[in-house]
Design a protein around this ligand. Structure first.
Ligand SMILES: Cc1cc2nc3c(=O)[nH]c(=O)nc-3n(C[C@H](O)[C@H](O)[C@H](O)COP(=O)(O)OP(=O)(O)OC[C@H]3O[C@@H](n4cnc5c(N)ncnc54)[C@H](O)[C@@H]3O)c2cc1C
Length: 409
């Protein structure tokens, strides 16, 4: 019997496996994919993440210190920071590098095997795959968005999510990240062109409904501008949780990463938070394994600790996201225009509050700005309430979002 079975070899699962195997525990990682890390993602990761979880420079496509934001009015505003704030990386290679280290520390990997059921017993966990069963003292569930295993374990689903769609494109002269806003492009969210290798980029968008149709329109518009010359592969859709699970632990089980909803609700980026949370999970599991107290009570410290670090960001980010979703095109265009004209964008870009991964200070700065914050608070009394208090209002129904089926296309 293993000490720990990890389901999912994404950033969360591999980092948990690395940390636990390095402490001498017997760890087996199971993933239904053959190719580790090969999951829909843009590979944009903040500098702080690389300081904590270094990357081989050969895996970096680009450093990012500027972006062009295209308002619904078509006005283009440039956002430029004095230093790089993020890098675009080869996501598969970056995620695999954690698995390589975990293997070197003694973790076993079973690839191409789907976990179909998990059974909790008083003294162990049984993990049933499509090719046999295994037992362990504990389980780290790192199966990403939409895993049925969460529900099987009585942990529910994230109460809100968005659909991401993306494909590789060939580009002509694209050298900067471009972000597109507006109801015609990606209502309430955004679309992107992120250059990777010379002549190539990732084109994608986040949206609650009609992702393939929206994506086709976005690509056509960029083709018409001559920016995209060819769609290289088929677009793929996947879900991104916008809210964390209420409970991320149960007897002998911890949930981490997208499976737990540990994702920035502003942008949908989840690699860094998955890595942080998996480290916290490994620490909590180490203590519980040593004390042989793997009951929910013994594992609850995990949730307390990750919430202590991430909760404020997730709550403020989610409130800001909902405020943004309520803005009309003219409002967004006018706010961007004013922010650019009065120098606020330049001020924000050079401020220490700008971080690729921690958005609450930046949001507070925007809300505190006399013109922009004032204009945002004028939109609707509900928005003002949300902007002041990070608690998301219950009135936002998530039914429509949950009705969307999320399938690779
Ligand atoms: C379009 C798009 C763009 C994104 N861009 C970025 C970005 O630029 N930067 C960023 O930080 N984040 C980005 N994200 C989010 C990021 O990809 C995730 O937050 C991150 O991968 C979460 O890591 P994870 O380990 O929790 O889950 P995942 O990376 O999803 O890994 C889960 C693993 O579990 C496996 N699995 C699932 N179910 C089972 C099962 N039953 N049995 C066995 N194995 C199973 C899967 O095969 C998968 O390998 C993006 C997401 C999308 C959809």
């Amino acid at each position: 019997m293993e000490d720990v079975i990890v389901v999912g070899a994404g950033p969360a699962g591999n980092n948990a496996a690395l940390s636990l195997a390095s402490q001498g525990y017997g760890v087996t990682v199971i993933d239904s994919r053959e190719n580790i890390g090969d999951k829909l993602c843009t590979g944009l990761v903040g500098e702080e993440c690389f300081r904590r979880y270094p990357i081989d420079p050969a895996l970096v496509y680009r450093e990012i210190s500027s972006a062009r934001v295209v308002a619904p009015s078509s006005e283009v505003v440039r956002f430029e920071t004095p230093h790089p704030v993020a890098r675009v990386v080869n996501r598969v290679a970056y995620v695999s590098s954690f698995a390589d280290k975990a293997r070197a520390a003694g973790a076993e990997y079973l690839l191409g095997r789907r976990v179909v059921r998990v059974e909790q017993h008083e003294d162990r966990i049984s993990v049933i795959t499509d090719d046999g069963a295994m037992e362990a003292r504990s389980l780290v569930l790192a199966a990403g968005f939409g895993s049925q295993l969460n529900s099987q374990l009585g942990l529910g689903k994230p109460s809100d999510y968005v659909v991401g769609i993306q494909a590789v494109v060939e580009t002509d002269g694209l050298d900067e990240v471009e972000v597109y806003l507006g109801r015609n492009v990606a209502p309430g969210f955004f679309a992107w062109l992120v250059p990777t290798r010379p002549g190539y980029a990732l084109a994608g968008l986040l949206v609650r409904k009609n992702a393939p149709e929206r994506f086709a329109n976005f690509i056509s518009a960029r083709e018409a501008e001559g920016k995209i010359t060819e769609l290289v592969d088929k677009p793929v859709c996947w879900g991104i949780p916008l809210r964390p699970l209420r409970k991320t632990f149960t007897d002998r089980v911890l949930v981490v990463g997208d499976a737990a909803g540990q994702v920035k609700p502003t942008t949908g980026g989840g690699i860094f938070y998955s890595l942080i949370a998996s480290e916290i999970a490994s620490g909590a599991l180490d203590r519980a394994l040593r004390e042989d107290n793997l009951s929910a009570n013994g594992l609850g410290a995990y949730q307390k600790e990750w919430k202590g670090l991430l909760s404020k960001e997730l709550e403020i980010g989610y409130s800001a996201r909902r405020v943004f979703e309520f803005l009309g095109d003219s409002h967004i265009s006018s706010l961007i225009h004013q922010a650019s004209k009065n120098g606020f964008i330049a001020e924000l870009a050079s401020s220490p509050d700008v971080s690729f991964d921690w958005h609450s200070s930046m949001i507070s700065k925007i809300m505190g700005h006399p013109t922009l914050g004032g204009a945002l608070r004028l939109v609707n009394p509900l928005l003002a309430r949300m902007a002041k208090a990070p608690e998301p209002a219950e009135v936002f129904s998530t039914e429509a979002a949950l009705a969307e089926s999320v399938t690779p296309v």
